[in-house]
Design a protein around this ligand. Sequence first.
Ligand SMILES: [Zn+2]
Length: 262
Amino acid sequence: MMPLVSFLQGAACRGGQIGRLAARRVADFILPPQCVLCQAATADPGGLCAACWREMAFIHDPVCQRLGTPFAVDFGADMLSPAAMAEPPAFDRGRAALRHAGAARKLVSRLKYGERLDLAPLMARLMVAAGRPILADATVLVPVPLHRGRLWRRRYNQAALLAREISRLTGLPVVDDALVRRRSTPPQVGLRRPERQANMAGAFAIGPDGAQRLAGHRVVVIDDVRTTGATLNACAHILRKAGARRIDVLTFSLVTGSEALP
Ligand SMILES: [Zn+2]
């Protein structure tokens, strides 16, 4: 196999970006599919191996109807968690595919910081499965925006990538410049609720024609991970002011406070 791989690499060098892409397609066809996280052999291209799947802590029903956090025991439909009753979120319903641990945490981190844009389709498929009830009611998708400076450094917004993939799977349109980020915010972890709110105050605003494009809509806000919920709450406040009729939030992973931390 080595001479073939060397040949393909050589051809890629000679052919520039198009050559590299074509060589990768040929290699994908000839070589067995690999796990997107650990490169072990897999059944399907673009998927995870059995060991990485075992690390995925999926969130299943029963969940808190507002926060989407899992319950250990099924108390029946429409149950709220103590956290949702003590501190009701600004959004109507939140859902996430997985707990933010193990392979899920690695996927989030590699999409965000590792330039692994190829992970977005897999992550979006899992988000669509977990978010079925809220996506069925939605009229538009709104990704959490990045501040311009951060977007310039990272070159892409991971939330917008996920929203675009979810749009492809559901047919829901993405409205990605109606909400703008006016400033970057320091991490929320370890802050109490009033401090988190102060931290996020003024972080988001509605873009020039945002109100026109959002008024009356049932919005699903898309992000990669929900930690304290402060970012998504701040987005929900602004979207509500802009006239959105319903605001749900969908993330790939969720920090529930009970993650095993591998
Ligand atoms: Zn793997």
